[in-house]
Ligand binder design. Structure first.
Ligand code: BGC
Length: 341
């Protein structure tokens, strides 16, 4: 319920994920009004229009739960997986939204029509990065990079308060930086969900972690994972791997250590490109505690130039799973202030 502790105007933030849609109301200083954001299923396989109606339902419910009317809402922000054309407000070929109608989908216009509000459109990881910069781990930094580790690997880069969108809205698509090249005819780097080979996402996303685990199981490695794999739902398998890693299972330890190495390669590429104050890791895979982060830091120390290796802060996100919708609401604020298209 809105009270004097919150500062108007208010913004709706929507985080469109491959599995869930998260939606909340945020005040002008980045404070969420609802204790818990509204969460509904994305159901992308049922088509883009169906997902749109799920987003609208979530937004209506969030506004209702906040006790505010739509009159009190200034603008809406939407963070969505790419690829996208931000100026035209359309999705191009979203790698992690598969189903009818997603290619070249005019998502922004449809959402504006349905909600009767102007919509700020942003890549999901750019929005999450802005959320961490505005109200989370990156508060007070001048430049930061966020990697989101989930179904895909998202990335957002903020420099002096500006979100790096790039000429074609493909800026900071760092889940698709190539970390492994083909060395010869026999050599096949891993194929990514985007259809290309060698992407960071094909090695270090949660999806890739499960794939590497399955390959090991099929090859007959000795691991405690084998007994629990089939009975564990797919959504909980990454956590299972990390739990067994912490219990000392050698195979799971290698899977997680390799993940940390790949992520450190990604982080180092960014450090050697923009030399940011801070690199932040967020998303489901960071929920397992500090070990992964420690391993990423160890690898960065070996891979990066000494000065950035020593001084760049490498931390976990602070807003957890809320960064996406809080940042989307932050983008809505930028739109209302004429600082975003
Ligand atoms: C997409 C990005 C997105 C990320 C996380 C990647 O596959 O290309 O645009 O930010 O997944 O959803």
């Amino acid at each position: 319920m809105a009270s004097s502790e919150f500062k108007p105007p208010y913004f709706v933030g929507i985080d469109l994920g491959g599995t869930n849609i998260k939606c909340g109301i945020v005040d002008s200083e980045g404070q969420p009004l609802l204790e818990k954001a509204v969460e509904v299923l994305t159901e992308p396989e049922q088509g883009a229009d169906h997902t749109l109606s799920n987003m609208v339902r979530a937004a209506q419910e969030a506004v209702q739960r906040s006790g505010l009317g739509w009159d009190a809402i200034e603008t809406v922000g939407l963070g969505s997986p790419g690829t996208m054309d931000l100026e035209r407000g359309i999705l191009l070929e979203p790698v992690n939204l598969r189903g009818p109608g997603w290619i070249n989908y005019p998502i922004c216009e449809r959402l504006e029509q349905a909600l009767g509000k102007r919509v700020a459109f942003q890549n999901d990881a750019n929005a999450a990065a802005y959320g961490e910069y505005w109200a989370g781990a990156g508060k007070g930094t001048r430049s930061m990079v966020l990697f989101t580790l989930g179904t895909g690997i998202g990335c957002g880069i903020i420099v002096n308060g500006l979100i790096l969108e790039g000429r074609h809205s493909h800026g900071a698509e760092c889940g698709h930086i190539v970390i492994r090249m083909k060395e010869g005819e026999e050599d096949q780097p891993r194929v990514c969900g985007c259809g290309r080979a060698g992407c960071l996402e094909a090695y270090a996303s949660a999806t890739a972690l499960l794939k590497r685990a399955e390959e090991g199981l099929a090859a007959g490695v000795d691991t405690a994972l084998r007994d629990q794999w089939e009975t564990t739902p797919a959504a909980e398998r990454a956590k299972l791997i990390d739990d067994l890693n912490k219990q000392g299972d050698g195979f799971c330890r290698k899977l997680m250590r390799d993940t940390a190495y790949y992520l450190a390669v990604g982080a180092t590429c960014l450090m050697h490109t923009i030399d940011p104050d801070m690199i932040v890791f967020g998303g489901g895979m960071t929920k397992g505690g500090p070990l992964l982060l420690e391993w990423i830091r160890e690898n960065v120390k070996r891979l990066a130039f000494p000065l950035p290796a020593e001084q760049t802060q490498i931390v976990y996100a602070k807003l957890g799973g809320d960064a996406g919708y809080i940042g989307a609401a932050g983008c809505a604020k930028l739109l209302a202030e004429g600082r975003l298209r």
